[in-house]
Design a protein around this ligand. Sequence first.
Ligand code: KMH
Ligand code: ZN
Length: 270
Amino acid sequence: MEKLIITAALTGAEVTREYQPNLPLTPDEIAEAAYEAYKAGASIVHIHARDEEGNPTQDYNVYKEIKEKIEAKCPVIFQPSTGGAVWHSPEERLQPVELSPEMATLSAGTCNFGPDVFMNTEEYMEKFAKRMQELNVKPEIEVFERGMINNALKLAKKGLVNTPLHFDFVMGVPGAITGEIRDLLYLVESIPSDATWTVAGIGRYQLPLATTAISLGGHVRVGFEDNVYYKKGELAKSNAQLVERIVRLANELGREVATPDEARKILNIK
Ligand code: KMH
Ligand code: ZN
């Protein structure tokens, strides 16, 4: 089996300090959390920027500052979000791609997102994919529903994303696919055999989906964006604490953990 790539989704767009007092918000806090997650075993950090008030922003300069601060500390793969928050415009969302990061997320369709709608029209999926391809940015295709796999395959057929594809199954968002194991199996069976995949389980789904992915040969995303708890009723102390648990589980299950350079090879990042 390939080594395990662990992604730490450090901040997200929805979580606040009210729910997780240790949520990293400023560029310095995010860079420090990235470094701690890297030391714990993460090879990718998934980043959402926040403005000075702590609100989600897709501002180019804030992402630039975060990227530079992380790069000064460690060689972890910097993966900015192009999903942003549900109320960001497509133009706002695309800004961090202009930094030519090694990777960025690419959401593959529209779905309900709690009380909101997370909008990804075909026009904008194609625009995002094309710009990533032009700048040699590896897309991580975010799948919130089964039909989004078909949208991604269509992008590949049109030559707008390079193969093999890399998917992130985001499971358990209220309004989209649940985080049951059977749903994960269905998604895994639905992607091309040469594709790689990771799973981001939301809330209580995080741990069972992560352990299943370790056993199946997939990869794992953890972090405050998806889950603020260590266990029921107990908040996690840090993103690194959640990464450390995945490393321990992988060791017990006989799966080695990838370094950032090993992750680059697995994901064909040049
Ligand atoms: N915050 C969500 C609406 C991504 O980062 O690419 C979208 C999201 C996906 O988090
Ligand atoms: Zn995200």
